[in-house]
Design a protein around this ligand. Structure first.
Ligand code: FAD
Ligand code: NAP
Length: 450
């Protein structure tokens, strides 16, 4: 008898696990359970709207979803519509691929002020996550401080300063474009608590900042090393050193290029650890302590400075909210290389924490499949898909299947104004109502006239 596998979450790690399972067991069934009506996780709601090519990876996930052994249960939230225990009763193996969606906190005085905006909410808002639809961030300021120098920080800085023309061929939400493109933002400060050697952004993303129409990338050459110091070289592999050198070369280029007529600036500032968010009810600035780096750690120098701003975006990483009945610690599922316990597994960011690019999640799928094979040699005859369908029908959950998602997707593409590739629905209600109208309009097989 074939194994029945439930995968919770339809981001990269969920789809890579499905792929691995389908390859390993020709007779298995794989059900992908997703809380949103839409698949693909951060590919849809995280990856920047102007990085359309990156989103193309979803085409390979679609092939997996269309495999006859796979069923997509969209609009079904584990912990709300069905419990972990109920899934385990019905499936031979349950794999959690639910990611990390919540902002880490700085833990600083003043963090609760109006004008401090977690990067997860901001990114979700401009990318159209339904839960973030009504964020309406106040971008009425000339200066923004982004804390952190990872790729998410770079994404946000770029989206804030790109012109409407540069964003025309993207799926940036209309509600976000209306606010971002009217904002008076002139300066975006990207603040690293360590130096350029320890920046987390990758070179392709950094170089992009040197090619913006109306924004110049600015860096103080005094913060860049002549060469990577011998002492620091011990910390890194040869490959890392090559990547670091590329970043330093790019930053040196930024330091040389004149801003020309460009009216906006993205400032890369290193060796600056935030210590307090300043202001009254509203943010007016951030206080930083200058640092030096020793053995890879930022050490405070006792010297302080302030940057005036009306908006602070901490882009310092994510954590995962606990899911009821799943053992959690430090924002991740408690697991040993993905195994939570026999029959229960974790992959992707909920397993490893919030780091790594899309492809980093692929080996997690293989590992999960190997662990399932070791733990559960054969299917046990549990109710599997039919059992879940019955339960969800009893609870009157409106399940959005993969064919319905394709209808949503087609409608999003049809209502986009070229060159925009799609205009996403902003709420779940809009998606469901569109599907209802389509179903009502379609002739039923009984009265179809052929
Ligand atoms: P996710 O992609 O977050 O997927 C988790 C899924 O689980 C979601 O669909 C969620 O709705 C669902 N879910 C959560 N809870 C439940 C529940 N209780 N019940 C049912 N479903 C649930 N990498 C790149 O290579 N290139 C990029 O350009 C890039 N851009 C990024 C931009 C941002 C802002 C971020 C944060 C990350 C970016 N990454 C990028 C990294 C990449 O997105 C991640 O490595 C990857 O998405 C992690 O995959 P995941 O499957 O673990 O999580
Ligand atoms: P990240 O790469 O871990 O970067 C987080 C940044 O925040 C680092 O600069 C970190 O500094 C800083 N930071 C953390 N805690 C801080 C604190 N308390 N005070 C000040 N600074 C702090 O995380 P991310 O940018 O969220 O990206 C997550 C993953 O997604 C990464 O693997 C990234 O590559 C990937 N991603 C990829 C792309 C792409 O490929 N285009 C786009 C977006 C995201 P320290 O280094 O000093 O800790």
């Amino acid at each position: 008898m074939g194994l029945s596998i439930a995968i919770v979450g339809s981001g990269p790690s969920g789809f890579y696990t499905a792929e691995s399972a389908l390859e390993k067991w020709p007779d298995c069934t794989v059900d992908i359970i997703e809380k949103l009506p839409t698949p693909y996780g951060l590919i849809r709601y995280g990856v920047a709207p102007d990085h359309a090519k990156t989103k193309n990876v979803a085409k390979s996930y679609e092939q997996t979803a269309l495999d006859p052994r796979v069923r997509f249960f969209g609009n079904v939230e584990v912990g709300r519509d069905v419990s972990v225990a109920e899934l385990r009763e019905r499936y031979d193996a349950v794999v959690f691929a639910t990611g990390c969606a919540t902002d880490k906190k700085l833990g600083l005085k003043g963090e609760d002020k109006h004008g401090v905006l977690g990067v997860a909410s901001f990114v979700n808002w401009y990318n159209g996550l339904p839960a973030a639809r009504d964020l309406a961030p106040d971008l009425g300021t000339e200066s923004v401080v982004v804390i952190g120098i990872g790729n998410v920080a770079v994404d946000v800085a770029r989206v804030l300063v790109k012109t409407p023309e540069e964003m025309a061929a993207t799926d940036l939400m209309d509600h976000a474009a209306a606010i971002i493109h009217k904002s008076p933002i002139k300066h975006v400060y990207m603040m690293g608590r360590r130096g350029p050697l320890h920046a987390q952004f990758t070179n392709v993303e950094l170089r992009e900042m040197g090619h913006l129409k109306d924004a110049a990338a600015v860096v103080d050459p005094a913060q860049l090393p002549e060469a990577i110091p011998e002492e620091a070289k011990k910390e890194f592999s040869e490959r890392q050193l090559r990547l670091i050198q590329r970043n330093i070369d790019t930053l040196k280029d930024f330091a040389k290029i004149a801003p020309g007529g460009r009216t906006k600036r993205v400032h890369f500032v290193f060796f600056a650890n935030p210590v307090e968010i300043l202001g009254g009810e509203r943010v007016t600035g951030v206080r930083f302590e200058k640092t030096r780096v020793d053995g890879g750690r930022a050490i405070g120098t006792g010297e302080f400075f302030e940057i005036a701003c009306g908006l602070v975006i901490p882009a310092i990483g994510y954590y995962s909210h606990p899911i009821p009945d799943l053992p959690f610690k430090d924002g991740k599922a408690i697991n040993v290389d993905g195994r939570i316990e026999k029959g229960l597994y974790a992959v992707g960011w909920i397993k490893r924490g919030p780091s790594g690019v899309i492809g980093t999640n692929k080996p997690d799928g293989d590992t999960a499949a190997e662990q399932i094979a070791a733990d559960i040699p054969a299917g046990s005859g549990k109710a599997g898909r039919a059992g879940l369908e019955t339960l969800l029908a009893q609870r009157k959950v409106t399940v959005v299947g993969f064919p319905e998602w394709k209808i949503i997707e087609a409608a999003e593409v049809a209502r986009a104004k070229p060159p925009a590739p799609r205009r996403k629905f902003a709420t779940v209600a809009e998606m469901i109502s569109m599907l209802d109208k389509q179903t009502a309009a379609a002739p039923s097989p009984a009265n179809a006239t052929t």
